[in-house]
Design a protein around this ligand. Structure first.
Ligand code: FAD
Length: 478
C-alpha cells in the first residue's frame, strides 16, 4: 500500500518531531497516542513510539525486511499465540493467527478463577526456581521478554495491574476478560489478521521445510514461517486438545511423556467420606517415593470426595506425576508443623490436664477441626471411650505421631479435565531456545504449553507462554 506522506528521515532514525511530514491519516493516529508514550524510550534510548510507528510503516511498505515482508502463520490464539503475533507483527511481518474457537484466549478467561494471575512480580532469578521442567531452556526467552514486559504491555493497553500475596499479579478489575481485551486491542492495532473458527488440521512440510498449514476445511495457506501455539491437553473444552503434539510428531519431533499436572490426587484411603470439604491451612506435606522425598512444602490443602487437593498439593503433583505413573506414593501431612515433637507433646499434656475425666474422643476440640477428630482418634489406636486420665505416655506418643505424620497413599492423579497444566511436550532438545525454531524443520516454531516446559502456580505458566510466544514471534523475523 502506498502511503501519502514520507517521513523526513529514514524510518528508524526519526524522532517524534518528524510527524509534521507524514500523511494526515498517520498524523491522526500519532495524535491519539498519549504524550508519555510518544516520549517513552526503551533501554537502548530509542523512542518506543517511533519504533512502533516505523514498524507499521515497514509493514506497509515491506521496508526493513529487505523489501520482503514475511508471511507468518500462527496456530492458536491463546497466551503464547497472541504474544507471538504481537512480536511478529511488531517486526513488520504479515501475520495470520488461526484460532479454532470463536474468540481469542478462551483459557485465559478461566485462569486465576476468572481473575487471571497474569504473571509473578518476582526477581528474574526466582522465576526459574518456579519452573518445574526445563527452566534453563527459558533463560533466553525470559530475559528477552520478562514479567515486567508483559506488565508494561498490558498497562499500556489499558489494563492496570495490582500485585497480591506471593507477588501474584492480577488486573485491578479482577477480570480476566480485561487481559484478553488488552491483548486483542494490541493485535488489531498491529494489523494482525485473526481467523476465528479456523481449525488447523496439519502442517505443510516440503523438502524438509515448513511452508504452511492445512485447515480442517481442506484449504491450504502458505507461509514463510509457522508458529505452533496450540497449548496442551488440560481443560480441553477451551480448545486445547493436544493438536500441536500431533503436528510435532508428524514433523519428526519427539514429544516427551504427557501427564496432567497441577492437578488433585486420588488416595487409596476413603478419607473423602469423612473429610470432604475440609480445608487445612498451614500444614506441611511431604510426598515420598519409598524413602525418597519428592516434594515437601508448607501451605494449604483440601480434602475432596476422591482424595486431596488445594494449592500445596497441586504443586506437589507437578513433582510427583512421573513417579506416580509407576507406583503409588506416600503422602505425609504434618498437621502441626509449627511445633516440634517435644513442643507438641507438652501441648498434649496441657490439653489433657484440663479435661482429665472426659472421654478421649471428646478431648481434641482445642487441637483439631471437628471433622478431623474421629479420623485422628482412629489413627492414634487409642480407645475412643477411654478417659483422658487413663491415657498412657505410649498412647500419647501414638497420637503425636498421627498428628505429625498423617499418612495417605496417593494412587493417581485426576485427569486433564481438572489439570491446570500438561507436563511433557515437544522435546526442548530439538528447539532453539532463543528463537523457538525447530532444529529439525526450518520455518517451524513452537511456543507455550505445547513445549516440554511447566511451572508451579503463581503466574509462572502464563509467563512461560508470554516469553516463549514473544521469542517465537521475534524469531520468525524474515
Ligand atoms: C483452570 C486454569 C487456571 C489457570 N490459571 C492460571 C493462572 O492464573 N496463571 C497462570 O500463569 N497460568 C494459569 N493457568 C495455566 C495457563 O492458562 C496456561 O499455561 C496457558 O494458557 C498456556 O498458554 P498457551 O497459549 O500455550 O495455550 P492455550 O492457552 O491453551 O491456547 C492454545 C490455543 O490454541 C487453540 N488451538 C488448539 N489447537 C488448534 C488448532 N488445531 N487450530 C486452531 N487453534 C487451535 C486453542 O483453541 C487455544 O485457544 C491456568 C490453567 C487452567 C486450566
Amino acid at each position: 500500500m502506498k502511503i501519502e506522506g514520507t517521513p523526513r528521515r529514514r524510518a528508524g532514525d526519526c524522532r517524534a518531531g518528524a510527524f509534521l511530514f507524514v500523511s494526515r491519516k498517520a498524523s491522526v493516529s500519532v495524535m491519539q497516542k498519549p504524550v508519555t508514550e510518544v516520549l517513552a524510550r526503551n533501554k537502548a534510548g530509542e523512542s518506543i513510539f517511533w519504533r512502533w510507528w516505523a514498524q507499521g510503516l515497514r509493514r506497509r511498505t515491506g521496508e526493513g525486511n529487505g523489501g520482503n515482508m514475511s508471511r507468518v502463520g500462527i496456530i492458536g490464539g491463546g497466551a503464547a499465540g497472541m504474544l507471538a503475533a504481537a512480536a511478529a507483527a511488531g517486526q513488520g511481518q504479515e501475520v495470520h493467527l488461526f484460532e479454532k474457537n470463536e474468540k481469542l484466549g478462551k483459557k485465559i478467561y478461566i485462569t486465576g478463577k476468572g481473575r487471571c494471575n497474569v504473571t509473578n512480580a518476582c526477581a528474574p532469578e526466582d522465576f526459574f526456581q518456579n519452573v518445574v521442567t526445563n527452566g534453563k531452556f527459558l533463560y533466553s526467552s525470559f530475559y528477552g521478554f520478562t514479567n515486567q514486559d508483559i506488565m508494561d504491555l498490558l498497562e499500556r493497553e489499558g489494563c492496570p495491574l495490582k500485585t497480591e500475596r506471593g507477588q501474584r499479579v492480577f488486573p485491578v478489575s479482577d477480570k480476566s476478560s480485561d487481559v484478553i481485551k488488552a491483548l486483542s486491542n494490541h493485535l488489531s492495532r498491529l494489523g494482525v489478521n485473526v481467523h476465528y473458527r479456523q481449525e488447523v488440521a496439519s502442517l505443510m512440510i516440503e523438502e524438509g521445510r515448513c511452508v504452511g498449514l492445512r485447515l480442517k476445511s481442506g484449504r491450504e495457506e502458505r507461509f514463510d514461517r509457522v508458529i505452533v501455539a496450540t497449548g496442551g491437553l488440560s481443560y480441553p473444552t477451551t480448545g486445547s486438545t493436544g493438536d500441536g503434539y500431533r503436528f510435532a510428531r508428524e514433523a519428526g519431533h519427539k514429544v516427551t511423556e504427557l501427564s496432567p499436572a497441577l492437578v488433585p490426587f486420588e488416595t487409596a484411603e476413603p478419607v473423602g467420606k469423612e473429610l470432604q470439604g475440609l480445608a487445612l491451612k498451614n500444614v506441611e506435606v511431604t510426598v515420598y517415593k519409598g524413602k525418597k522425598v519428592l516434594y515437601r512444602e508448607f501451605g494449604e490443602m483440601l480434602f475432596t470426595h476422591f482424595g486431596v487437593s488445594g494449592p500445596v498439593l497441586l504443586s506437589a503433583s507437578s513433582y510427583a506425576a512421573k513417579a506416580l505413573k509407576k507406583e503409588p506414593l506416600t503422602l505425609s501431612i504434618d498437621l502441626k508443623p509449627a511445633l516440634s515433637e517435644e513442643q507438641l507433646d507438652a501441648r498434649l499434656v496441657r490439653e489433657f490436664e484440663g479435661q482429665q475425666n472426659k472421654q478421649f474422643k471428646n478431648s481434641l476440640g482445642g487441637l483439631l477441626p471437628a471433622k478431623l477428630i474421629p479420623v485422628m482418634v482412629d489413627r492414634s489406636g487409642i480407645d475412643p471411650e477411654k478417659r483422658v486420665n487413663e491415657i498412657t505416655r505410649q498412647e500419647r506418643r501414638q497420637l503425636l505421631s498421627a498428628l505429625k505424620d498423617f499418612r495417605l497413599t496417593l494412587t493417581g492423579l485426576r485427569g486433564y479435565n481438572e489439570a491446570i497444566i500438561t507436563q511433557g511436550g515437544v522435546s526442548v532438545k530439538e528447539i532453539n531456545p532463543a528463537t523457538m525454531e525447530s532444529k529439525l524443520v526450518p520455518g517451524l516454531f513452537f511456543a507455550g504449553e505445547v513445549l516440554d516446559v511447566d511451572a508451579v502456580t503463581g503466574g509462572f505458566n502464563l509467563q512461560v507462554a508470554w516469553s516463549s510466544g514473544w521469542a517465537a514471534g521475534m524469531g520468525a523475523e524474515g
